[in-house]
Design a protein around this ligand. Structure first.
Ligand SMILES: N[C@@H](CCC(=O)N[C@@H](CS)C(=O)NCC(=O)O)C(=O)O
Length: 209
């Protein structure tokens, strides 16, 4: 019998959903959540998601009492408060702000990658705006540069909110921009990612092929 008391609006292609799933895996709470798979984009929103999150975005998490949480930052914070192990988001001190800032940069990379995806996939070809696409891609490359600096010490030190965010961001780049060849330019990040992508939580949550 299922022990799930919460419902996660879910799609295997979503890197933001993946962060939540990795948190659930890493904190041993996967069986508490039922997955409701939805398909959506800004131009074809999903009615069930909108009813639960006016922004029309996933992830959204319905709790046992019916309360709704979004977005991924709020949800992973909630999940981190529901287990007794070492927190994956440091509760205080300088490390809290540094780890959350690295996690925020991973989210910014994902926002840029997702905007590129929507621009190139959903928008008619004649309406594509090259300068705007270049600006988004530049954000991605700058973020990768900062992660390269952080890879061998900061990211490698623990698999927490920062590392999970960066790992899911890299997984999404491989999924949507397979020709980017970021590994050559950022070798320490590549070595770190090769290791963490073998964790059971990462293997179990890979994007579709
Ligand atoms: N800041 C949000 C971003 C979530 C997000 O952009 N999700 C995408 C799927 S990967 C989405 O729902 N897009 C639909 C839309 O933008 O209408 C979070 O961290 O959860």
């Amino acid at each position: 019998m299922s022990t799930a008391t919460m419902t996660l609006f879910h799609n295997t292609a979503s890197p933001f959903v993946r962060k939540v799933l990795v948190f659930l895996h890493e904190t041993g709470q996967l069986d508490r959540v039922a997955l409701e798979t939805v398909a959506l984009s800004p131009t074809s929103p999903n009615a069930a998601v909108i009813a639960n999150n006016p922004a029309g975005k996933i992830p959204a998490l319905r709790l046992a009492d019916g309360a709704l949480l979004h977005d991924s930052r709020v949800i992973v914070d909630y999940i981190d408060h529901q287990h007794v192990g070492e927190p994956l988001i440091p509760r205080d001190g300088a490390s809290r702000w540094r780890r959350l800032t690295l996690a925020s940069l991973a989210d910014a990379l994902l926002d840029a990658a997702l905007l590129i995806r929507y621009e190139t996939f959903s928008r008619p070809q004649e309406k594509h705006w090259a300068d705007w696409l270049d600006g988004q891609q530049a954000k991605i490359i700058r973020a990768l540069g900062e992660f390269e600096e952080a890879a061998s010490a900061e990211l490698a030190s623990r698999f927490d909110v920062a590392s999970i965010g960066v790992a899911c961001a890299l997984g999404y780049l491989d999924f949507r921009q397979p020709n980017l060849a970021w590994r050559e330019q950022f070798p320490q990040l590549a070595a770190w990612y090769a290791e963490v992508s073998q964790r059971p939580s990462m293997l179990a949550t890979q994007p579709p092929v």
